[in-house]
Design a protein. Structure first.
Length: 173
């Protein structure tokens, strides 16, 4: 009986050694590679002095100039110098191309248009000095314009109280 147990034990050791030392069967590569597709386009709302205002799809890395081109280009009376054509755009952003017949900074209700106002026009707003005005212009250029007045909360030096102090005199068309 001891001999039978010994033989079985030796047989198990030999079998397990042979099993674990054999090379693994090669794995065949997948015949159909899977492509990983990331969100490569964004949707932007463009209005104002462009040929086809509305929603346009542009590449993820698009600039304001690309959005204007996707909207059929600007109209002859567009004031492209009033906006930063090199600014990158974000998904869901609205871009307004001003028209030469419209006042650039002041809206019809006398409010200052944040997306087209010059630094001097921003400084005319109570509570905004030269430093804060330059930060607003820099943020506007970096973001490609403001989508809402609340976007100003991202500007260093503007909190809820400061924004409330001039909210009624600014607009984002």
């Amino acid at each position: 009986m001891r001999l039978a147990v010994g033989v079985i034990g030796v047989a198990l050791v030999v079998a397990s050694t042979w099993f674990f030392t054999q090379p693994a069967a090669p794995v065949a590569p997948d015949a159909s590679p899977v492509a990983v597709v990331a969100a490569s386009t964004i949707t932007v709302h463009i209005s104002g002095a462009v040929q086809r205002p509305g929603l346009v799809e542009v590449p993820f890395s698009a600039r304001v100039a690309d959005v204007v081109a996707a909207a059929g280009g600007s109209t002859p009376d567009a004031m492209l110098a009033a906006i930063n054509l090199a600014a990158t755009v974000r998904d869901g952003e609205q871009i307004v191309i001003p028209d030469a017949s419209e006042p650039v900074a002041a809206a019809g209700d006398g409010k200052v248009r944040l997306n087209t106002a010059t630094q001097a026009e921003l400084e005319s707003i109570p509570g905004i000095g030269p430093v804060l005005a330059s930060r607003i212009v820099a943020a506007r250029d970096e973001q490609g314009g403001f989508s809402s007045i609340e976007d100003l909360l991202d500007v260093s030096g503007i909190g809820e109280a400061k924004l409330a102090s001039f909210r009624d005199v600014v607009t984002v068309p």
